[in-house]
Ligand binder design. Structure first.
Ligand SMILES: Cc1cc2nc3c(=O)[nH]c(=O)nc-3n(C[C@H](O)[C@H](O)[C@H](O)COP(=O)(O)O)c2cc1C
Length: 270
């Protein structure tokens, strides 16, 4: 309730200081839990550290949202120097940094670029769930064309690219269209260390209240346990040993990328 009260007024914001309480309340309520801050890749290192301090965050996500900015009337169309800025933020802040997309996915080529710069933690945030270009187009009273509505690397493909590109010790979070326990199980099977869900949770909070959102999370956890039992897995991590069955466009994607399909479709233990 306190979180709702302090974040309820849209007019308040961090830049002029009026919205700070809606962020500091998170750590007040969650003394022991994991708090991950989130900031634009266009932020300055000082702004990034201020966000970490405000939340007393354990880690900071830096989000990439080029497609959203393109369709946002007030969006930033200049992405020059973005990678260098990511490095500057990472080197300046006091906590580990996670690079995150926002619904258009990260592809193998971008994972590689980021790895070269020393980044080791990612949230693929792929296409298939919340579609920011569509949201921004709607805000301006226009429908996004079908071709651009389909833009982005689907979460499943972004996870496959990550699995084939990232070293074992990298941290991989999966989000973008995760809605059911089955979606979560598949993301774990594709190598995710954790999954994130945004739109359904926000919708439940707004339309049915916080208890409904909490129930949803518990039902997902229960469903995931069922999948783990059925697949003989003691931990979500063990789900990545389970053989995959790949059909349709994803099979074509794997073939186009030159990944070894048969290897994915066998028990992948050890
Ligand atoms: C209302 C809303 C606000 C969001 N704001 C942010 C944000 O500030 N930073 C960020 O990294 N992602 C943001 N996201 C993107 C989500 O974190 C997530 O990557 C994306 O919505 C895909 O997940 P979903 O399909 O479960 O919604 C936002 C999503 C929604 C729906």
């Amino acid at each position: 309730a306190k979180i709702r009260q302090k974040s309820g007024n849209n007019e308040k914001n961090v830049r002029d200081g009026s919205g700070i309480a809606s962020y500091t309340v998170v750590r007040e309520e969650l003394a022991e839990g994991l708090v991950i801050g989130n900031i634009s890749a266009l932020a300055t290192p000082a702004q990034a550290q201020a966000a970490v301090d405000m939340l007393q965050a354990d880690a900071l996500e830096i989000h990439l949202n080029a497609a959203q900015e393109l369709w946002m009337a007030e969006g930033d169309k200049d992405t020059c120097g973005l990678l260098a800025n990511l490095v500057q933020i990472r080197d300046a802040v006091s906590v580990p940094v996670i690079v995150k997309e926002t619904g258009c996915g990260i592809a193998a080529e971008q994972y590689e670029l980021l790895l070269e710069q020393g980044f080791t933690a990612f949230d693929c945030a792929g296409a298939g769930g919340t579609n920011f270009p569509a949201i921004e187009a709607k805000r301006q009273g226009v429908e996004l064309t079908e071709e651009f509505a389909a833009w982005g690397v689907p979460t499943c493909w972004s996870l496959l690219d990550a699995q084939q590109t990232l070293p074992e010790n990298a941290l991989l979070l999966a989000s973008g269209g995760i809605r059911t326990a089955g979606d979560a199980a598949r993301a774990f099977a594709l190598g995710a260390d954790a999954v994130g869900i945004t739109a359904p949770l926000l919708r439940l909070v707004m339309e049915q209240g916080i208890d409904a959102a909490v129930d949803y999370v518990y039902s997902l956890a229960e469903g995931l346990q069922k999948y783990m039992l059925l697949l003989g897995c003691l931990t979500p991590k063990e789900l990545r040993d389970v053989p995959l069955i790949v059909t349709g466009e994803t099979r074509d994607f794997i073939a186009s990328r030159g990944y070894e399909l048969a290897k994915l479709c066998r028990w992948r233990r050890g």
